[in-house]
Design a protein around this ligand. Sequence first.
Ligand code: GUN
Length: 297
Amino acid sequence: MPARRIDGKAAAAALRERVGHLASFFSASTGRPAGLATVLVGEDPASEVYIRSKRAATAEAGMESVHHALSADTSEAELLALVERLNADPAVDGILVQLPLPGHMDSARVIAAIDPDKDVDGFHVVNAGRLAVGDPAALVPCTPLGCLHLLKAELGDLSGRHAVVIGRSNIVGKPMAMLLLGESCTVTIAHSRTRDLPALCREADILVAAVGRPEMVRGEWVKPGATVIDVGINRVPGVEPGKSRLVGDVAFAEAEQVAGAITPVPGGVGPMTIAMLLRNTLVAAHRRAGLAAPEGL
Ligand code: GUN
């Protein structure tokens, strides 16, 4: 029997609706909407698409979206000055500086300049540290937070399960591992130097693939009945000449014959990322306003 398909689109829609309700309570009780400031430097077409989607989703949830488009030749000092202004602006609850930044900028320095309590991407080292020590004040990166949401919805209690995370990036792999550890999973972080990756993956009750290599994880790597979360979004040539299609890091057609449940690409993890950005913005807004964290997010 093929695996259950985990419907990230539906889960994201439900979460966005809930955020929308809570955002209107927030506006009513504080007299102002929660606000997200987005910053894009340059004109990278993919980044422009991401920013447009994030802004539209923010507005749809009844939150204020303020965008700052800076030219590609903006100096790092000018960008840092903007971040400082946004840090000081009481109407701004969340700050998102879209990555990648142009080559003449040091993204670590720019991220470090963001007020950690407005860092809705969860990229600041203070938030990475809070997550590592289990401090609930952490703002957690949106993609792994979305993966955890799907896993809990699918499996309930995760405790004692063996989770293998393939990928060690600061944005997905490492925070994913921390979140799973926080749920009392036994966590293994695998990467490009891991020996006998297929055998290790076959040990996993939960397999999270976040490597950015199209269809790397084969069906025979999956333990029967495992839950597979595919973070990859890779554009590959389509069947028709000149066309392309999206595939994950997991060979879906093979893996779904073995797994118990699996996220498709597209329609799995992807939609959860923006939903979690809205969630993080609303949580940051509540904390900044001295209100109790909204329940059920
Ligand atoms: N570029 C690609 N994904 C992201 C993201 O989640 N946040 C930011 N800031 N930049 C990105």
